[in-house]
Write a protein that binds this ligand. Structure first.
Ligand code: BTN
Length: 260
C-alpha cells in the first residue's frame, strides 16, 4: 500500500463523532504536531476542538518515559486524538479507558485476546503490540485537552520488529487487516469508550477485565530512580497499582512494570 492509497482510504470512510481528521505523509511526531496545532487554536479561538491526526511515517515518534517509538513508513498506526475534557479530574482514569478502547478496537482482528500491561501497554500474549502516550494542554480557563497518542505495530514481519519483545498485527492475525481499516476501527472504539469518561466505576471494571496482571503475580516496577517489587493486590478506584511489598502496601500512581 502507498501513502496515497492509505490517505484516500481514510478519507473515503466516515469517522463517527469526529469532523476534523488530517492525514500526513511524514511528521516528526503526531503528538508534537497535534500540540502545535492545539496551541495555535487556543491562541486564536480560546477553545479546543476534537481532532484526529494520522501519519504514514514519524521521524521522531515518541514513547513513554522519554523513549523513542520506531515509526517506519506504512508499518504502523501512528495517531493522535485531541480530546477536550470538562475537568482535570478525568485525567486520572483516561489512560485506562484509552487502553480499554484500543483493546476493543483490536478484538475483531485478533484470534488471541488482547490485554493491558499497567497502565496501557497493549499486549498479545507477552509481546507488546502497541502503546499510548497521553499529554495535556490547558486553556486560559484551566480546562485541559488530552493529547492522546497511540501506536500499533501493523506490517512488521518477525525479523523486522522494532524491539525484541514487540509483535505486530502481521505476526498475530490470520489475515492482515488494511492499515486504514484498523486505524479507523481503533479510533471508533476509542471514541466510544471516551463517552464513559465521567463514569469512573465503568472504567475501572472494564480495565480490570483487560489487565494482564493476576492477583498474587510478582511484579517489579520502576518509579524514576527507584524500583519497587511486590505481590500484585489489584487496582484502586483511581486505577493505581497496589503492591504488597516487604515494607507494606504500596500504591503506585505512575511508573513502569519491568518484570511480571
Ligand atoms: C509507549 O511508549 O508505549 C507509547 C508509544 C506511543 C506511540 C504513539 S505513535 C503516535 C503518537 N505520536 C508519538 O510520537 N507517539 C505516539
Amino acid at each position: 500500500m502507498t501513502f496515497q492509497e492509505f490517505r484516500d482510504d481514510v478519507r473515503s470512510r466516515r469517522c463517527s463523532g469526529l469532523e476534523n481528521v488530517a492525514v500526513f505523509r511524514r511528521v516528526d511526531s503526531t503528538n508534537l504536531l497535534a500540540r502545535r496545532i492545539l496551541d495555535e487554536f487556543l491562541r486564536d479561538n480560546g477553545n479546543s476542538p476534537r481532532a484526529l491526526f494520522l501519519a504514514w511515517e514519524q521521524r521522531e515518534g515518541r514513547g513513554r518515559l522519554g523513549r523513542t517509538w520506531v515509526s517506519g513508513a506504512g508499518l504502523g498506526v501512528y495517531a493522535t486524538l485531541l480530546w477536550p475534557l470538562q475537568e482535570p479530574l478525568r485525567l486520572h482514569t483516561l489512560p485506562l479507558l484509552v487502553g480499554v478502547g484500543l483493546c476493543r478496537g483490536l478484538d475483531p482482528y485478533l484470534p488471541r485476546s488482547v490485554s493491558l500491561k499497567w497502565p496501557n501497554d497493549v499486549l498479545v500474549g507477552e509481546r507488546k503490540l502497541g502503546g499510548v502516550l497521553i499529554e495535556t494542554a490547558t486553556d486560559s480557563a484551566g480546562r485541559p485537552t488530552a493529547i492522546i497518542g497511540f501506536g500499533i505495530n501493523h506490517g512488521h514481519r518477525e525479523d523486522e520488529m522494532p524491539t525484541p519483545h514487540a509483535t505486530s498485527l502481521r505476526a498475530e492475525c490470520d489475515e492482515l487487516p488494511g492499515l486504514a481499516n484498523v486505524t479507523l476501527a481503533l479510533v471508533e472504539a476509542l471514541v466510544q469508550e471516551l463517552e464513559h469518561l465521567d463514569d469512573a466505576s465503568y472504567t475501572i471494571s472494564a480495565y480490570r477485565e483487560r489487565s494482564s496482571h493476576r492477583l498474587g503475580d510478582r511484579l517489579r516496577c520502576r518509579l524514576g530512580e527507584r524500583t519497587v517489587e511486590g505481590e500484585f493486590l489489584g487496582f484502586d478506584d483511581s486505577g493505581h497499582l497496589e503492591l504488597a511489598t516487604a515494607a507494606g502496601r504500596e500504591v503506585i500512581t505512575a511508573g513502569e512494570i519491568i518484570e511480571g
